[in-house]
Structures are given as C-alpha cells and as structure tokens.
Design a protein around this ligand. Structure first.
Ligand code: TXA
Ligand code: MG
Length: 319
C-alpha cells in the first residue's frame, strides 16, 4: 500500500462522491469527512479491505473499528439483536456523534470487531458522508490518521499522515465537532467507553436509567482502543490546573505554545482550548517544530469538558 497515488476527490460534486463509492465497493480505501473527524473508510463486509486499513494506519489488530451507516434500518445489517435501548438512542441521536456497541451479526468480519462478539455502529451527521454511505453501503472507518497521532479534522491532516498509503480522500472541508464520537455500550448496564460531545446526562435522559463512565484503569477491558496512547503531537504537553502554574511553566519554557480556555480567539501566542480546533492546533505546533505545549485547563473546566480532558489525558499517558 505504499507509494501509490492518493486521488483527491471533492465532496461538493456528485461525480466525485460516486467515484469514491465505486472505489470503496472495489475494496479500496477512501478517507471521507464526518462531523467529528475524517474517517478512513473501507467496505464493512470486505475483510481484505479492512486489513488494509490496519496496515495503512499502523493500527494494532485487536483495536476494533466503527461501522458507519446512512439509515437506522441498516443497523439490522450489522446486528441481529438491536435492543429497545439501542433503538431509543439511535432514534434520539442518529445522525450524530454517538457510537453504539451492539452484538455483532455472524456475517460481520472479525477484522471489524477485533475478534470481539460486538460491533460499534454510528450514523454520521454530515451530508457528504451520508451521501457516500447511501451509495457504498456500510463502511468501517477509524479516524484517518496514523495510529497514535491526533485525529484529522481537514483533508491536509489526512494527507499529512496517509498520502501515498490510501487510494483516495474526499474533501469536505473542516469538521465542525473536531473530536471523536461518544462510544456507549448498553449491556450489562449502559456505560460510556469513550466520552464525546454527547454526554452521559443526555443519554440518561433518553434511556431513563443511569449511565456509567468507564474509569481509566478499566479501559483495556471495556474498549480495546482506549488502552493505547492516543491523540499525541510530537510536542510534549504540559497540563496546568491553575493560572499560577500556567505562568510558572510559561516562564520556564519561553518558546512553548500555549493553550487556554480563557481566550476565544488566537491572542498573541495563546491559542483557544476548545474541541473544534484542538487537533488542528496540535498538528500546527508539530509543523512549526514546537517542542512544548502548555495547557491551562482548570478543575472546573475539566468537569465541563470531559471529552476534551479525556483526549489530553490520553495524550499524556505513557502507555
Ligand atoms: O467520531 C468517530 O467515532 C470517528 C469518525 C471517523 O467516525 N471514528 C473513530 O474511530 O474515532 P476510531 O477507530 O479512531 O475509534 C474507535 C473507538 C476505539 O476506541 C475502539 O476501541 C472503540 O471505538 N470500539 C470499536 N468497536 C468497539 C467494540 N466492539 N467494543 C468496544 N469498543 C469499541
Ligand atoms: Mg482514532
């Protein structure tokens, strides 16, 4: 898969979306936009195409993929056992940044499930993705980055990591959400395996029962992907909880890039800390050769922005 030409396609022309769907049906790999991050698509029922996804990303084989669908009815293609709770969540949040873990149908390749008996499914809220999926059928799509790197939120990020390793990329501009979907499992009890923009409280409201959030040490068992170090720039992150700490680090590391939730626009060398631009800023730091990034994230903000805090914690983890 190396040194091949990666075709640039444009999501604003139907012809290009059709071409992308055709390539996917032939077992090729095509990156495409979603509202969260760009996904690296491969036909969900083609084991050989799925193996190429792992190869292109350098992804561990035990880390399962998310299947993407274009209508709620397509859940039946992936699972024989769509519970009432799963259906309630799909009706409330599809299309949107929620992934539901379901019992996998026997026809789902083990490459998609990482050998588990479950399959993660979501319906992205993005017109280009939905149009593509309606032509291609279900696609498995992990984030379209090299394993371990920050997820891609525009086509330049995808090409930075995967140019020459995949068949095509469909340009749909900037992703609006900017971080990956919430992953929830429903049995034996509802549990968030990866926090995202759809919160435990929102899910609780729909299910009418409590929803847990998996703790750090449980990640390896619950959701294989969460045990690996993730979302990391080359620069070293320094996480500060108070303004005093932030100032101390800033004096100690005068060449560092700084991020804070207390600015809303780029202000001098301080960049805003928010989901929609977080990965883009990490990647831009690497391009500029920046060695250190100092992040001010107060205790209060950590409670409010749990998904963003989760990504920072994962980037800091030594695993
Ligand atoms: O927003 C998103 O979800 C993006 C876009 C492209 O849709 N996709 C994405 O995929 O983030 P990926 O492969 O980078 O992350 C998938 C996560 C991993 O943490 C993986 O372990 C978990 O979902 N996962 C997948 N299948 C699972 C399963 N059967 N049981 C538990 N966790 C699962
Ligand atoms: Mg990923």
């Amino acid at each position: 898969m190396s040194d091949q030409h990666t075709l640039r396609l444009f999501g604003n022309t139907m012809q290009d979306i059709e071409l992308a769907a055709m390539l996917l049906k032939q077992g090729k790999l095509v990156a495409f936009p979603t509202e969260t991050v760009y996904g690296l698509g491969a036909s969900a029922f083609n084991p050989e195409a799925l193996r190429k996804v792992f190869e292109a990303k350098g992804r561990p084989a035990d880390n399962p993929l998310i299947a993407h669908i274009s209508s709620i009815d397509e859940l039946e293609l992936l699972s024989d056992n769509v519970s009432d709770d799963a259906r309630k969540l799909a009706e409330a949040f599809f299309p949107g940044p929620l992934t539901i873990v379901l019992p996998a149908k026997s026809t789902v390749p083990k490459e998609a499930t990482g050998g588990l008996d479950t399959i993660a499914v979501r319906m992205p809220n993005h017109p280009i993705a939905l149009s593509l999926l309606s032509m291609s059928g279900p696609l498995c799509a992990p984030s379209a980055n090299v394993s371990g790197r920050p997820s891609p939120t525009n086509v330049y990020h995808v090409l930075e990591d995967l140019d020459g390793k995949i068949d095509a990329v469909l340009d749909g501009g900037q992703c609006t959400v900017g971080i990956e979907s919430t992953v929830v499992r429903l049995t034996p009890t509802p549990m968030i395996l990866r926090p995202g923009m759809i919160s435990a409280e929102e899910i609780e409201k729909v299910l009418g029962k409590p929803v847990g959030i998996v703790q750090k040490h449980e990640h390896a068992i619950q959701s294989p992907g969460m045990k690996y170090r993730h979302y990391s720039p080359k620069a070293q992150l320094h996480l500060c909880g108070t303004h005093e700490e932030f100032e101390l680090f800033s004096r100690r590391l005068p060449h560092a890039m700084k991020m804070s939730g207390h600015v809303t626009t780029q202000f001098g060398d301080i960049f805003p800390l928010k989901e929609s631009t977080y990965y883009d800023i990490l990647r831009s730091a690497d391009i500029k050769g920046i060695k250190d990034i100092i992040i001010l994230f107060t205790e209060e903000e950590r409670k409010q922005k749990t998904a963003l805090f989760n990504r920072i914690e994962k980037a800091l983890s030594k695993e």
